[in-house]
Design a protein around this ligand. Structure first.
Ligand code: PGA
Length: 266
């Protein structure tokens, strides 16, 4: 697994082309050197391609269709998104699961379309407040993961998973680093046990009220491969601050030391 921490912005139903350009100018001027992307509304993908192409910042979409083509008015396919040079697509965000009734089955189909188109799907999972209070978190997360794991088998390592407790999204109160460690550990174990992937093969992000003031504490946890950022990804200074924390928390390149016939990574 790469030791570089990943920062993904989710603009939701916000932003405009001028803001895409403002981010590009900022990224070109002052880039902290982490891996980062902004998932913008579909209508801004062309502007993102034009503006971010010459910067280290990548771009992605917030959803793709479960279909590839045909009579599906209003849908946008993964292949169409890929045509704009996008690298990522969010799939199964809780706002889509709740407001639009997206099911685990539809989410799996979207993930498969994304992978076939050459996009990296970022699959969002997480429990609601009442599920947490009813001690159902493990059951909910397992249910959200199992169909995916069964459908993808060997393709699992090409997916990024984002754990976003629904109660933390937009609340200003992120889960504590201890809770994040615990839950990301559970997700990694579930993927390893049911999907046969080795520990660390799938990047697992945390999302939900990540801001410049808590990003360092969250990103410094070994279990956290990166963060998914909503509100704070709309403000260039805030997003860059989070990227700086990610760059600080990314492990330095592993050096291979060969001593007396033994090889050790440090
Ligand atoms: P937030 O949103 O950072 O504003 O809490 C995160 C998300 O919904 O992806």
């Amino acid at each position: 697994m790469t030791a570089a921490k990943l920062v993904i912005g989710n603009w939701k139903l916000n932003g405009e082309v001028a803001r895409v350009r403002a981010f590009a100018q900022r990224a070109a001027r002052d880039w902290p050197g982490c891996e980062a992307a902004l998932c913008v509304p579909h209508t801004m993908l062309a502007a993102a391609q034009a503006a971010f192409g010459a910067t280290p910042l990548r771009w992605g979409a917030q959803d793709c269709s479960a279909e590839d083509e045909g009579a599906f008015t209003g849908e946008v396919s993964a292949r169409m998104i890929r045509e704009f040079g996008a690298r990522y697509v969010l799939v199964g965000h809780s706002e889509r699961r709740t407001a639009l009734g997206e099911t685990d089955g539809q989410i799996v189909a979207k993930v498969q379309r994304a992978l076939a188109a050459g996009l990296t799907p970022i699959v969002c999972i997480g429990e609601k407040a009442e599920e947490r209070d009813g001690e159902q978190t493990a059951m909910v997360l397992r249910r959200q993961l199992l169909q995916l794991v069964r459908a993808l088998q060997g393709g699992l390592a090409s997916v990024v998973v984002a754990y976003e407790p629904v109660w933390a999204i937009g609340s200003g109160d992120a889960a504590t680093p201890g809770m994040i460690d615990h839950t990301l550990g559970f997700i990694a174990d579930t993927l390893a046990f049911h999907g046969g992937v080795s520990a660390g093969a799938v990047r697992i992000l945390y999302g939900g009220s990540v801001h410049p003031r808590n990003a360092g504490a969250i990103l410094s946890r070994k279990s956290v491969a990166g963060v998914l950022v909503g509100g704070a990804s709309l403000v260039p200074d805030d997003f860059i601050e989070i990227c700086k924390a990610a760059a600080r928390c990314s492990a330095p390149r592993h050096e291979i030391h060969i001593q007396q016939g033994s090889v050790s990574a440090q």
